[in-house]
Write a protein that binds this ligand. Structure first.
Ligand code: LHQ
Length: 261
């Protein structure tokens, strides 16, 4: 069905695999379109409770396909258009998903490829993976939300250094800096990913969606506004079947069986 990605929906989980391994899964026009279609498909499938985004082959994603964006004599490329209809549209779709999204970073993540990963809720990376803010290496500015996320994740000093210098950050450093959730030995990656995904898929999905949204909104809210938001979201969570199950299971001293409803 797709040419540049794979979408696999199986039970409660979906996996999108960026699939142009000979270009380190760099985004071309078709891939932008197909990635958005896949995200829309995931958003419309109520039985899904977790999404994984990963890359085929040895890389996660090398950002924009530079072969497609080679400046031609006399032409005035509109990179803003690539952002508006490509990455920005995708990232907005990603952020409105009500299920947790795991970036399974299997190899290098550069430019907007690092951006896609760092926009996910949880980033699990192989120790051998690197995150490269490659934008300034080619005369561009960080996009895909990187000027927003990086200072918040790792502080302004490090964010400025790695974006101005384009210095690669290995997965272990990324973890130590708080840029990603966890780096794991390459040989344990598949197993650790599996247990993370299994765990998320079995948790109370509506509450997880509300947690995501609350964390996101906190960046723009005062504490006062956030306390109001927590009151409102807790009201919603309190009406779910999973809350009833959680409390019942606790009093019956057994593990809860959440349905995501
Ligand atoms: C690639 C790419 C690539 C095409 C590797 N394109 N082929 C937004 C708005 C609009 C336009 C511009 O951009 C943006 C946002 C951005 O994403 S800007 C940043 C774009 N990305 C980059 O600048 C990264 C470019 N790639 C690299 O620096 C290296 O390839 C990294 C460090 C990612 C990996 O290095 P290596 O492991 O040494 O692999 P390699 O360089 O040998 O790449 C393997 C192949 O993949 C190679 O092709 P070849 O035919 O020689 O085997 C590369 O040409 C190709 N490739 N990235 N972005």
């Amino acid at each position: 069905m797709f040419e540049t990605i794979e979408l696999n929906e199986s039970g409660a989980r979906a996996t999108i695999t960026l699939n142009r391994p000979d270009r380190l899964n760099a985004f071309n026009k078709t891939m932008h379109r197909e990635f958005q279609q896949a995200l829309e498909t995931v958003a419309n499938n109520d039985s899904l409770r977790v999404l994984v985004i990963t890359g085929a082959g040895r890389g996660f994603c090398a950002g924009q396909d530079l072969g497609e964006r080679q400046p031609r004599e006399g032409s005035k490329p509109d990179l803003g258009e690539t952002l508006e209809n490509g990455y920005n549209k995708s990232l907005r779709l990603l952020h409105t998903l009500k299920i947790p999204v795991v970036a399974a970073v299997n190899g290098v993540a550069a430019g907007a490829g690092a951006g896609i990963a760092l926009n996910c809720d949880l980033v699990l990376a192989k120790k051998s993976a690197r995150f490269i803010q490659a934008f300034s290496n080619i005369g561009l500015i960080p996009d895909s939300g990187m000027t927003w996320h990086l200072p918040r994740l790792i502080g302004s000093a490090r964010a400025r250094a790695i974006t101005l210098l384009g210095t690669p950050v290995d997965a272990e450093t990324a973890e130590n800096w708080g840029m990603i959730y966890r780096s794991v030995a390459d040989e344990n990656f598949a197993e650790d990913l599996e247990s993370l995904v299994e765990n998320l898929a079995a948790r109370p999905t509506i509450a997880l969606g509300l947690i995501k949204d609350a964390m996101q909104k906190s960046w723009a809210n005062t504490l006062d506004q956030q306390l109001d938001l927590e009151r409102d979201y807790q009201r919603i969570a309190g009406l779910t079947r999973d809350f009833a199950e959680g409390v019942t299971a606790f009093s019956e001293k057994r593990p809860p069986v959440f349905e995501g409803r």
